[in-house]
Design a protein around this ligand. Structure first.
Ligand SMILES: *Cc1c(COP(=O)(O)O)cnc(C)c1O
Length: 396
C-alpha cells in the first residue's frame, strides 16, 4: 500500500501542510471504483447491497439502509417517524448543524441539552431534565470516537416512551460494553471523507425495526413500492409504483464500492488512529494550556475519530482563533467540532433565549479545536504538531 501524497501547498515553513484529515484510500479502493465505472452500472445496485450486508454483519443489527449522507438518513428517519409541528426533539447544541436544521425543516421544535464539560457528550441525567409531554425523539451524539453511556439513555427513552436515534457519525467501529455501536435501536453513521470510513459521501442507517426499515428504504427512492435490485434488468422493476411520496437519497455503486474496502480495513485504520491519539496524549500531558477530552471510564472501544483539545484561553493569553491561525502559519491544519448550533446566526436570531443556558457547551464552543488525526499520518507528524503548539504558545 503506497502512502498517498497529500496535495496541498507548502506553508511558510518548508514542510508541506499537514491537513486536519485525509481519506485513507489504497489501490484496492481505487480498483473497486474503477471496476464499477467499467461495469456499465454506476448507480445503486449490487455494490450498495454488498456494503449494506457487510455493515449489517459487522454491526450485528437487523437492517442497514445505505443513503446519500448521514443527513439524508436522519431526514428519512424524521419523515418516517412523522416528526412535525408540536413535537419536541432533544439533541445537543454541541453537534453538527444538520440535525438541528432537519428538526426545524420538519416544523418541530429543537430542544437543546447540555453536554459533559470534558467528554462533550450528553448523559441520561441531562436528557431527563429536558423531557416534556411533547418530547417525541432524542438524538444524542457519540463524540470524537468515544461512546455515549447508552444503557441509562435507553432506559430513559423506554420509561418516557420517547424514540431514540443515536448520531453515530463519529463512531464507525466503536464498541460500547463489548457490543458494536448501532446493534440495538436506531443509529445513523456518516461516510463523509473526514469520517473513519468513507464512500466520498454517504450514510448508513441501522435499525432493529423491520417496519421502519421498509419505510425508510421506500422513502429513499421516490417512495416506490419495490426495492428489489433486479439482477437480470440491473435495476428496479419498471412496474414499481409510488406508495407514498419519497426522496432521492440512494447511494450509487460508485460510492458504495469504496465503502466495502474501507469496511474491511476499518479496525486497522482505527487502531492506527488510536496509536496516534496515544502519542498526542503523552506529548500534551505537560502542555498546561491545552486540555484534551477525557475518555469515559465505562467499557468501550474508542474509534478516535477526532483529536479534540480545548485551549485554556486565560492561561494561554490568546483566543482559540488566534491559536488556530498560529498553527496554520506553522503548516498545521485544524478544525472546529463544533461551534455550538445555537450560536450560529439563524439560531441566535430565532432562539435567542438559549444563549447562556448551556454552560458546558458554550465554554467548549469558544475553546475547542481539532488537531490532525488520520490513519496515514506518521507518529512523527504528531510530534510536529505538538512542537508547533509549543511554538505558537511561546509567541504570545
Ligand atoms: C458528519 C456528521 C453528520 C453528518 O454527516 P453527513 O454524512 O455529512 O451528512 C452528522 N452528525 C455529526 C455529529 C457529524 O459529525
Amino acid at each position: 500500500m503506497s502512502k498517498p501524497k497529500v496535495n496541498v501547498s507548502a506553508g511558510p515553513t518548508d514542510e508541506p501542510m499537514l491537513p486536519l484529515s485525509h481519506p485513507s484510500l489504497d489501490e484496492n479502493d481505487i480498483a473497486a471504483v474503477e471496476a464499477v465505472l467499467r461495469s456499465g452500472w454506476i448507480t445503486t445496485g449490487a455494490r450498495c447491497r454488498d456494503l449494506e450486508e457487510g455493515f449489517r454483519r459487522r454491526i450485528g443489527c437487523k437492517e442497514v439502509i445505505a443513503v446519500a449522507s448521514a443527513t439524508a438518513g436522519m431526514h428519512l428517519a424524521l419523515h418516517a417517524l412523522e416528526i412535525g409541528p408540536g413535537d419536541e426533539v432533544i439533541t445537543p447544541s454541541m453537534t453538527w448543524v444538520s440535525t438541528v436544521n432537519l428538526i426545524r425543516l420538519a416544523g418541530a421544535t429543537p430542544v437543546f441539552v447540555d453536554v459533559d464539560r470534558d467528554t462533550l457528550m450528553t448523559t441520561a441525567e441531562l436528557l431527563a431534565n429536558r423531557i416534556t409531554p411533547r418530547t417525541r425523539l432524542m438524538i444524542p451524539v457519540h463524540f470524537a470516537g468515544a461512546c455515549l453511556d447508552m444503557e441509562p439513555i435507553h432506559a430513559l427513552a423506554r420509561e418516557h416512551d420517547v424514540v431514540l436515534i443515536e448520531d453515530a457519525a463519529h463512531v464507525a467501529g466503536a464498541r460500547y460494553r463489548g457490543r458494536p455501536v448501532g446493534q440495538d435501536g436506531h443509529a445513523v453513521f456518516s461516510l463523509h471523507p473526514i469520517k473513519n470510513m468513507t464512500t466520498g459521501e454517504g450514510g448508513l442507517f441501522c435499525t432493529d425495526d423491520t417496519a421502519l426499515a421498509g419505510r425508510i428504504r421506500r422513502l429513499r427512492f421516490h417512495g416506490l413500492g419495490v426495492d428489489a435490485f433486479d439482477r437480470q434488468s440491473q435495476g428496479r422493476s419498471p412496474q414499481a409504483e409510488v406508495i407514498e411520496p419519497g426522496y432521492k437519497y440512494n447511494l450509487p455503486d460508485m460510492n458504495a464500492a469504496l465503502g466495502i474496502g474501507q469496511l474491511a480495513r476499518l479496525d486497522q485504520m482505527n487502531e492506527k488512529r488510536g496509536r496516534l491519539a496515544a502519542r498526542y496524549l503523552e506529548l500534551l500531558a505537560d502542555v498546561d494550556e491545552v486540555l484534551p477530552l477525557t475518555v469515559p471510564d465505562y467499557p468501550m472501544r474508542h474509534a478516535w475519530h477526532l483529536f479534540v483539545v480545548r485551549l485554556d484561553v486565560d492561561r494561554a493569553g490568546m483566543s482559540r482563533d488566534d491559536f488556530m491561525n498560529g498553527l496554520g502559519q506553522q503548516g498545521i491544519g485544524t478544525g472546529i467540532h463544533f461551534r455550538a448550533v445555537h450560536e450560529q446566526q439563524y439560531y441566535r436570531r430565532t432562539m435567542p433565549e438559549v444563549s447562556g443556558s448551556l454552560a458546558n457547551t458554550e465554554w467548549n464552543s469558544a475553546r475547542l479545536c481539532s488537531l490532525p488525526l488520520f490513519p496515514d499520518m506518521d507518529m512523527a507528524d504528531v510530534d510536529r504538531v505538538v512542537t508547533a503548539i509549543r511554538r505558537v504558545l511561546g509567541q504570545r
